[in-house]
Design a protein around this ligand. Sequence first.
Ligand code: ATP
Ligand code: MG
Length: 557
Amino acid sequence: MEQQKTESLNFIEQLIEQDLKEGKFSAIQTRFPPEPNGYLHIGHAKSICLNFGLAEKYKGRCNLRFDDTNPEKEETEYVESIKTDVRWLGYDWGDHEFYASDYFQDLYEMAVRLISKGVAYVDELSAEEFNVLKGTPTEPGKESPYRNRAIQENIDLFDKMKSGVYQNGERVLRAKIDMSSPNMQLRDPILYRIKHMEHHRTGSKWCIYPTYDFAHGQSDSMEQVTHSLCTLEFEVHRPLYEWLLAQLEIYPSKQTEFARLNLSYTIVSKRNLRELVEGGHVLGWDDPRMPTISGIRRRGFTATSIRKFAESVGVARRNGLTDVALLEHAVREDLNKNAPRIFGIMNPVKLIITNWPEEKEEIMKAENNPEDENAGSRALPFTRELYIDSSDFMEDPPSPSKWFRLGPDREVRLKKAYIIKCSGFKKDQEGRILEIYAEYDPATRSGQDTSGKKVKGTLGWVSVPHAVHAEVRLYDRLFLTENLNKISDDFKNHLNPNSLQTNTNVVVEPSVRTASVGNQFQFERIGYFRVDEDSTAERIIFNRTITLKDTWGKKMN
Ligand code: ATP
Ligand code: MG
């Protein structure tokens, strides 16, 4: 029987395909609407991949719109970082870069239209006073005494609000909807508030600013957004979104909600992330332990892996907790395919090949990536003095069937070089191993081995005179608690005190001398590393992106 392969669509794709089939739109228009009040995080990455991904898939467009209606915490620095991050993820908004603040005049005029229709009014109650009137979801509210002013009076008052006659909080503009609606969002929500404050783009031109609810839907509409995708907490705002567009009789964009991404051991809230930065708990927004896009980029997570991760998470209609191991799995998969291999020794100890002449140097050849035939190869100089990892040697090892690595009289292969046999070692007064001695077997050169010898252990090594000394920053999870949505105390109590460890004593093979910031490698048998921005001409610094061990892969097997 012939089987037809059908692609499974998520609910948003189903909706779009239905809309396209019914001819509702000729092409789809989505948008990613960040508020420039912080750096983007992995949750935003999910929204970016969704919005730009759908536009790509259905040959539509995705706008980058800065939702910059609140002057309090917004800054140009954030706008720039957001653009860098979206571009880095691999998306291009072309000339579709918009700012809600560019619509301030249009939005103001729309507000005047609502007043003129008698469906908006200037209120003089304080926030506290209004809250008392507002009631509860089970109890109808009461009307503000200012609710039924004459239209002209409202127009004059709104004009005065705009001209700076009032102080912050003295007046607001409210929609006149329904003070007894079971949906609290419809109980005369605020449309405009007074904020005597400079805006990062409009300066001191305005002292009244639209609320999120008033700006967002109208911005969507002005941009003819067909599918306005937002996270579930906005579901209760949807009736207001629709009410405003209907009252204004403008393009009816449609809002659809999906579940926000929550990751285990991870905080995805700009507010909390800012607290970590400002409180000095991390070294900045781009600290490699941060779940910000700039942080994970610096750590060495790749754009490809984040896109892959976003795809595998899919879109859901219910909030849940995604295992961070799924993200780590995507990173490992990508780096395994693409990161060149090098020898890096985390805890170096000297190995002296006693039957190798002092000055002799042989060049060994190693492929850069066994997963990629086209990745080429590199030269590894082999000399009398080498570094190996101290964890690869035991003074008194268990039986050879349990311990394949080096110990007195044991044989191992130095990867891509010779088989050696340990002939002794030297310790200092504290009992630490200072040097290990071995003899190599000339008949065992890798690729030209005529000895017929078989050994189980293979060790990485670096020639002492050629070694590059490096610093490695080892990162662990920033938080110790799996589900940070479920805690009731301060999230900072859950920080992992050992999330950063620095090893300044690492040696790496000489091919790394030509590496530059951003280059990524697999240190064989150890993990994936990226050359950090803090590196200098004298000293190379690596971030450990991730270890080789894959907990997610294991779970699936
Ligand atoms: P935060 O709570 O971190 O400040 P936010 O939603 O206030 O997030 P915005 O800049 O307003 O941040 O968000 C821009 C877009 O990113 C919105 O469409 C929002 O729904 C989406 N978004 C934010 N966080 C997540 C998340 N965790 N998962 C999916 N989408 C998200
Ligand atoms: Mg927000």
